[in-house]
Write a protein that binds this ligand. Sequence first.
Ligand code: F6P
Length: 322
Amino acid sequence: MRRIAVLTSGGDAPGMNAAVRAVVRSADFHGLETFGVRDGYAGLIEGRVEPLGARAVSGILHLGGTVLGTARSPAFRTTEGRRQALKHLDLFGIDGLVVIGGDGTFRGGDALSREGHIHVVGIPGTIDNDLIGTDFTLGFDTAVNTALESIDRIRDTAASHGRLFFIEVMGRHSGWLALYSALAGGATEVLVPERPTDVARIRERIRRSFALGKRFCLVVVAEGDDAGSAFEIAEAVAEGVDVDHRVTALGHVQRGGPPMMRDRVLGALLGDAAVAALIGGADRAMVGQRCGEVVHTPLERTWSTADRTPEDLLTLMDRLAR
Ligand code: F6P
């Protein structure tokens, strides 16, 4: 292995830059040349590849988003798109590729490796934390903390007015963000895509909470909940509850901002581990951290095995919300 490339793909996540920096610096340490690909697989198809020396990644560690740019590329899902991408990798003499993203990114990387002479290693980067093979994905910690800052502010105004608030957080298919935000934010209810939502039960619980003297209630809703958006759920729940209610959708606010310590350290660790994995001959593998250890997981397991929100924490959430 002499030349490697790195790209970020799918939704950006705080900590991606820390991982890019670690890949470049670690490769430099091991005597490898690194190339950066602009805008994920879309940029690879178009040949937007450029050398990244150790100095080129100075001053990016603390930045949110991804300095390489990212995209969701429909063209890369086609054989022709991947053929173009492989052509450009060949042109630059690149034989190892680090892809930072979620399961969609890994599907693309897996296909690329099967169709060409390229070793692909993945780094889990998504605020959704919905990947097996790692305790946490890059960006999750920061996104939860960002959501929490808003939830704390909403609590102030909810408590002052004695209102019921519905707060929608991201997570189209996953409730990790919602669960951690709700647990750490002291919400009364959390609604996640993995658990069918029983509107009548929630209405009754909230009605009872207010009847027992609770002055305000927070309900955290994952955007992918089966009962609909936070706005729809709020209408359905509030119908039978005689309390003023409001809805706040946090949206993309959760994806931006400087990475917290955990995402910077995880980015450093996994960037370095990805380079070591490529040097060691790994292919179609994701590097992750479990119980403090770096572990490798076959890329295909990341989309064939769902990483559901932990039942024990959902139960704990229910037990503590009074
Ligand atoms: O990156 C993950 C995620 O933020 C999900 O939580 C969310 O559902 C989705 O991306 C939004 O994607 P986009 O920014 O493309 O609308």
